[in-house]
Design a protein around this ligand. Structure first.
Ligand SMILES: NC(=O)c1ccc[n+]([C@@H]2O[C@H](COP(=O)([O-])OP(=O)(O)OC[C@H]3O[C@@H](n4cnc5c(N)ncnc54)[C@H](OP(=O)(O)O)[C@@H]3O)[C@@H](O)[C@H]2O)c1
Length: 275
């Protein structure tokens, strides 16, 4: 019997959180892992081996994604799964966002992700195979007060992914979306920008209530390993299913929104946040 070929995954944002947990899980399952990150020299947890390579990739660098595809192909000869996980969040009132913060929000989460799709698609097309997985969020299906810019970027990736599902799907390439709820990573520390609304004190009471609610909600966060398991399930699911919720809160909130309808769910969210 022919030996099963080792498969290869490329992970963006593998320096921490969900990306790192995913790199570890796939490595433990015998996959080749191209763990891409902005600063591979600073990484010490993901140890390089014949099956794990640390590759530099800042998705905001114009040539970054193409160079990362080339490096992964040089290391492993083939890419089976590309995981767009790198993310950034702007937190606070839209009015308080600087041009730089707003551009970064869309540059990392949307334009950088599109650049990665464009970089890996030729390889997938040539193989008439491959799986593209985009990490969005429950916040790509419904908004969370004070996350409007972040949510808008994740809504964009939800729409983009549906479109890709058709056009890449027609070429034998699977497109998947992972929608985590609240996950216990350092996203709130290393990847979140608090927008400065100090010059707009009108927002202060709203933001205080939001911060208190956020504290309550994130107390029950799920570990990043749970999202990694969901990503593994999606990567190895041969069906054309696109969406995978990750976490018990995601499984509660998304069906509830469907059941109530968007308007009633938004009113409920307003009550939960006491705003
Ligand atoms: N945590 C949650 O509750 C949650 C919920 C739903 C969805 N998500 C999504 O899950 C994904 C991973 O987030 P996480 O929770 O694991 O947080 P995290 O630990 O902060 O990971 C974010 C990763 O993105 C990387 N990154 C940021 N900008 C980048 C850029 N320009 N180029 C390449 N990499 C970049 C970061 O790299 P550096 O180390 O260089 O900063 C980091 O590795 C994100 O897309 C996030 O939106 C998170």
């Amino acid at each position: 019997m022919a030996e099963a070929r080792t498969q290869t995954i490329v992970v963006t944002g593998a320096s921490s959180g969900i990306g790192k947990a995913t790199a570890r899980l796939f490595a433990s399952k015998g996959w080749n892992v191209a763990a891409t990150m902005r600063n591979p020299a600073a990484e010490s947890d993901l140890v390089e081996s014949a099956a794990l390579k640390r590759i530099a990739l800042d998705v905001q660098e114009p040539d970054g994604p193409r160079a990362a595809v080339a490096a992964a192909l040089e290391a492993f000869g083939r890419i089976d799964v590309w995981l767009n996980n790198a993310g950034y969040g702007a937190f606070g009132p839209v009015e308080a966002g600087t041009r730089r913060q707003i551009e970064r929000q869309f540059d990392v989460n949307v334009f950088g992700l599109i650049a990665c799709v464009q970089a890996v698609a030729p390889h997938f097309r040539a193989n008439r195979a491959g799986t593209l997985i985009n990490v969005t969020s429950v916040g790509g299906l419904m908004t969370v007060p004070s996350y409007a810019l972040y949510n808008a970027s994740k809504f964009a990736v939800e729409g983009l992914s549906e479109g890709l599902w058709y056009e890449l799907g027609a070429l034998g390439i699977r497109v998947k979306v992972i929608e985590p709820g609240a996950i216990a990573t350092n996203f709130g520390g290393r990847s979140l920008d608090a927008l400065d609304y100090s010059a707009m004190p009108d927002y202060a009471p709203f933001m205080e209530k939001v911060k208190a609610a956020r504290k309550r909600i994130t107390e029950n966060s799920s570990p990043p390993e749970l999202v990694a398991e969901t990503i593994y399930r999606a990567a190895t699911d041969p069906s054309d299913r696109m969406r995978y919720l990750a976490g018990p809160d995601a499984r509660r909130f998304v069906p509830l929104r469907r059941l109530l309808g968007a308007q009633a769910q938004m009113r409920l969210m307003r009550r939960v946040f006491r705003i």
